[in-house]
Design a protein around this ligand. Sequence first.
Ligand code: SF4
Ligand code: SF4
Length: 70
Amino acid sequence: MSKSKKLAFVSKECVACGSCVKVCPTGAITIYQGMYAAVNPNRCVGCGKCARACPASVISVLPRGGDEVA
Ligand code: SF4
Ligand code: SF4
């Protein structure tokens, strides 16, 4: 679905505050079992809003592996 070249990754230090969920324009993030944020790679468009909103700075937006366009 998504053709973006970047994808958000959440590290294990996520405190499940939900800030990223609120700002994501595509609804790509859910809090998995109340423990940490999980990004749906098919919905993420790599905009970086979640990373900027994360109070713990645990989100990185990185180039997608595998099928990215050069
Ligand atoms: S980079 Fe953008 S689209 Fe992807 S999870 Fe973060 S806010 Fe959502
Ligand atoms: S904003 Fe950061 S700490 Fe909060 S749920 Fe999202 S990734 Fe986790």
